[in-house]
Design a protein around this ligand. Structure first.
Ligand code: RIB
Length: 294
């Protein structure tokens, strides 16, 4: 069984600010850092650090060549990453004194996927292989249809949520991993319980993993429902905490760990990530997760 993550690769420009800039306001940033990120890339890093070999597919622009070496260093297979002309995807991230963030995303190369490229990548995968997706690339409906037709298991993190997801046949998704805001956007419901119930009503066969930040997380599938509390840690930067959770959660599923252990592992990994600045570089090694105790 092979794991493919077809996802974004962004250059993250992160600015430390006293507060997230308000409409019409100009503020002085305390510092700025440029790092490699993107929900796709971060989740491949998290999977790899959780001990799961992963193929990453996605497009980088001309200034994104560092991704190849970075992937090799993180143990991510680069066979299907391609360089295209034009700008790489990039973000402008503000991180405030409480570690909360706000992100402006420029799609760049991530929005240049073609059906031919999707076919070129997917021809290397078969029934039983696993596909992880987020919503920072184009051609998601086509990728889902083609992967489903092949018999791949599709895991979707519908993040960031936008109207393009309505074009996807979400009935073909086996596992949804989403946060409370995305849950509200997807279902129109406002509480964790009603979000889970609405998702379950629409996608009865799918596993649902709803993360609630400091409020913990809820896993639901059929008759099984588990709540996991978050660990109380001091956050310096929440960027990529969700990606870290996703990567470790998927790793637990693939390793067929008991669901409670999977939830604890993913929650610990996310708690470690928020205590470090940055996106991919804040994702812990499995050895750190195993040592984490509170
Ligand atoms: O989830 C964090 C990621 O979201 C950042 O790395 C940034 O690239 C945005 O896509």
């Amino acid at each position: 069984m092979k794991i493919l993550n077809f996802g974004s690769l962004n250059l993250d420009y992160t600015y430390g600010v006293s507060h997230i800039v308000r409409e019409g306001e100009t503020i002085l940033a305390k510092d700025v850092n440029m790092n490699l990120g993107g929900k796709g890339f971060n989740q491949s890093v998290a999977l790899s650090r959780a001990g799961v070999p992963v193929y990453h597919a996605g497009l980088v622009g001309e200034e994104g060549l560092d991704f190849y070496d970075a992937c090799e260093n993180f143990g991510i297979k680069t066979d299907y990453i391609k360089t295209v002309t034009g700008r790489c995807g990039h973000t402008i991230i503000q991180v405030d004194d409480e570690g909360q963030n706000s992100i402006v995303l420029f799609g760049g190369a991530n929005q240049k996927n073609s059906k031919e490229y999707v076919d070129e990548v997917l021809k290397n995968f078969e029934a039983g292989d696993v596909l992880l997706l987020q919503n920072e690339i184009n051609e998601l409906p086509y990728i889902i249809d083609q992967a489903f037709a092949k018999g791949m298991t599709i895991i979707l993190n519908p993040s960031p949520f936008d109207e393009r997801l309505e074009e996807c046949d979400l009935g073909k998704v086996s596992i949804f991993i989403l946060n409370e805001t995305e849950g509200q956007q997807m279902t129109g419901m406002t509480t964790p319980t009603t979000i889970v119930a609405a998702l379950d009503a629409s996608f009865a066969n799918a596993k649902i993993m709803l993360t609630l930040g400091k409020g913990g997380s809820i896993y639901h599938h059929g008759d099984e429902e588990l709540y996991q509390a978050a660990f109380d840690v001091e956050a310096v930067d929440t960027t990529a905490a969700g990606d870290t959770f996703t990567g470790f959660f998927v790793a637990g599923l693939l390793k067929k760990m008991p669901m409670r252990d999977t939830l604890i592992m993913a929650t610990k990994a996310a708690a470690l990530a928020v205590q470090k600045k940055g996106a991919a570089q804040s994702i812990p090694f499995m050895s750190e997760v195993e040592l984490f105790n509170i």
